[in-house]
Design a protein around this ligand. Structure first.
Ligand SMILES: Nc1ncnc2c1ncn2[C@@H]1O[C@H](COP(=O)(O)OP(=O)(O)O)[C@@H](O)[C@H]1O
Ligand SMILES: O=C(O)C1=C[C@@H](OP(=O)(O)O)[C@@H](O)[C@H](O)C1
Ligand SMILES: [Mg+2]
Length: 167
């Protein structure tokens, strides 16, 4: 079996929330890539975007992906844009089972998205982001799990899917 469980999906789709639950259920370490990036940069994600710009954020993100992918026994919650660089997905998939967590965009729009720089000014941009990214989430996800009820249920569905591929 691969050593890590990796969650990909749109911003606000529940990767961090479901990832934590999954880590508790499995006893794996929980790693939130956005938190790793903030630690490395010593500033918040909105600050990195506003002070350094998105390309600098993506470079930092790639560096953190490389570091985290080298470790084992983790549930990794990625940031929604991790799929934009093929190198990220290569590193994550070498030691990890990648799961696309799919949550209805209408549900995501019900969340407070003010800490997400790509959506903070205008949350309806999410429709374009979704159109641009959906093929990448589907391409890289070994399977898709819907986060359309309670987060605990999404975590249970992920565990069921993992049991299927590892039996
Ligand atoms: N199934 C769900 N039901 C209700 N709220 C949810 C669900 N999944 C996620 N959320 C909420 O949506 C928000 C965004 O979730 P988060 O885990 O931060 O997403 P991501 O890490 O994918 O950006 C959080 O406030 C979280 O509590
Ligand atoms: O979709 C994106 O490009 C991003 C998603 C964010 O993470 P979440 O998916 O946890 O919101 C964060 O990495 C950054 O704001 C960029
Ligand atoms: Mg998150």
């Amino acid at each position: 079996m691969k050593n890590n469980i990796v969650l990909i999906g749109m911003p606000g789709s529940g990767k961090s929330t479901v990832g934590k639950i999954l880590a508790e259920k499995t006893g794996l370490f929980f790693v939130d890539l956005d938190a790793v990036i903030e630690n490395m940069a010593k500033k918040s994600i909105p600050q990195i975007f506003s002070e350094d710009g998105e390309p600098a954020f993506r470079d930092l993100e790639q560096k953190c992906v490389e570091e985290v992918s080298a470790q084992s026994r983790q549930v990794i919650a990625t940031g929604g844009g991790v799929i934009l660089r093929e190198a990220n997905m290569k590193a994550l998939s070498q030691n990890g089972l990648i799961i696309f967590l799919d949550r209805p965009v209408s549900d995501i729009l019900g969340e407070n998205l003010s800490e997400r720089p790509l959506l903070a000014d205008d949350a309806t941009r999410i429709h374009r982001l979704y159109d641009e990214r959906i093929r990448l989430y589907r391409r890289y996800g070994k399977f898709t799990v819907e986060n359309n009820s309670a987060p605990e249920e999404a975590a249970e569905k992920i565990l069921d899917a993992i049991r299927e591929v590892t039996k």
